[in-house]
Design a protein around this ligand. Structure first.
Ligand code: LCS
Length: 391
């Protein structure tokens, strides 16, 4: 990055289009690219001439987005993918093959949890789970055939924080790669590469978009890893559409201002909830009462837009809250301008057994809010009237 991140999100990687001077890049909504002659086609496919051939193999919009996010994360390369889950799969499959093992942190997004529990082992890749808050446990879990350690911090939905620098030291000593899911922070709040991560990926559906209008992922790393990961992306075909890349480039321009508002609103909501008599515990890394507040302060610039809390009335109170909010939108996903609320035990995790929920640290009264960019007093007013109705 040659400028500060607030400037880079606006200008990074973008130049007026040569033909017309259009400041905003045109949308290259095309599946294929014409060659001037057969020699050019041959030169492009053999790699002797740079240029586009077919959108699954590369497109100006998706390439620009990948380059921009990689630049913000401090990496030399990136890949745009059709969803965050495609970025997770791309990372694992590029780093491990049959006979290898990967270590995956205990608390990760449900989709990632099911991918590593149900699908990855079928490919002959052993999956070892560990609570990486305990660095000694992590050290023991990494085996000679471990090629990748995957962590998510802050984690979804409990906001557990993992020490990226501490993990990197152990993982590198053992000759493996460290991948960090940076979805909750965005590069504006946390840059894992500066703390030793080898790979960083995002569900760009969230803060990178910021507007809840696309499903997308981005994966960032250094040249060799990105080269092999790109080949996989072309083979599996989890390519992002050019229009989605264009929307994400538009969303990215306001990343810094959006994140500042998300963070300040979330801090105010968390402090207000902490004082509410119907709320048992609030989980927000910015609160002094949060057990890992000091670690969050060390590795994050600010504490993000997600607040989780435990209702004193347990499952029934959590569920009832969903029925009484008006301004809060009852929906999964996160990172949108709109404030979204969900009750994992009756929604996203309802299919899990009690034991599995316990393992994922989902308690019956847990509520998650993705705090948006509205006026914070309106958000608190809505929570207040909803909480008043719960007995
Ligand atoms: N990583 C994290 C941390 C996520 O929160 C999600 C989605 C993904 C990866 C997968 O990204 P996707 O394929 O959906 O773009 N998180 C969701 C959530 O909390 N509610 O709905 C989706």
């Amino acid at each position: 990055m040659s400028f500060r991140i607030e400037t880079e999100v606006v200008h990074g990687g973008q130049h007026p289009e040569k033909l017309t001077g259009a400041l905003t890049p045109p949308i290259y909504q095309t599946s294929t690219f014409a060659f001037e002659n057969v020699e050019q086609g041959a030169a492009r496919f053999s790699g002797n001439e740079a240029g586009y051939m077919y959108t699954r193999l590369g497109n100006p919009n998706t390439d620009l987005l990948a380059k921009k996010v990689a630049g913000l994360e401090g990496f030399s390369g990136g890949i745009s993918t059709a969803s965050g889950m495609a970025a997770v799969a791309n990372t694992i499959l590029a780093a491990a093959k049959a006979g290898d093992s990967i270590v995956v942190e205990d608390t990760v997004y449900g989709g990632t949890h099911y991918l590593v529990e149900q699908d990855i082992p079928k490919l002959g890749i052993e999956v070892i789970r560990v609570d990486a808050v305990d660095l000694n446990a992590l050290e023991k879990a990494v085996k000679p055939n471990t090629t990748l350690v995957l962590i998510e911090t802050p984690a979804n939905p409990t906001l557990k924080i993992i020490d990226i620098e501490g993990c990197a030291e152990i993982v590198h000593k053992k000759g493996a790669l460290l991948a960090v899911d940076n979805t909750f922070s965005s590069p504006y709040l946390q840059r894992p590469r500066e703390l030793g991560a080898d790979i960083v990926f995002h569900s760009a559906t969230k803060y990178i978009s910021g507007h809840g209008d696309v499903l997308a992922g981005v994966l960032c790393g250094e040249k060799d890893f990105i080269r092999s990961a790109s080949t996989l992306a072309a083979h599996y075909g989890w390519t992002m559409s050019p229009f989605n890349a264009w929307l994400l480039l538009r969303g990215l321009k306001t990343l810094a201002v959006r994140m500042e508002r998300h963070c300040s609103n979330a801090m105010t909501v968390a402090r207000w909830l902490e004082r509410h008599p119907k709320v048992k515990t609030v989980f927000y890394p910015g609160l002094e009462s949060f057990p890992q507040h000091d670690l969050a302060k060390k590795q994050m610039k600010d504490f993000g837009g997600i607040v989780s809390f435990e209702m004193k009335g347990g499952f029934d109170a959590g569920k009832a809250l969903m029925d009484h909010v008006n301004l809060h939108i009852l929906a999964v996903s996160l990172g949108d301008c709109d404030t979204l609320i969900q009750h994992p035990a009756s929604m996203t995790h309802a299919g899990m057994g009690t034991e599995e929920m316990k393992e994922a640290h989902i308690t019956p009264g847990l509520v998650r809010i993705s705090v948006g960019i509205e006026h914070v007093e309106d958000l608190i007013g809505d929570l207040n009237q909803a909480l008043e109705k719960i007995h």
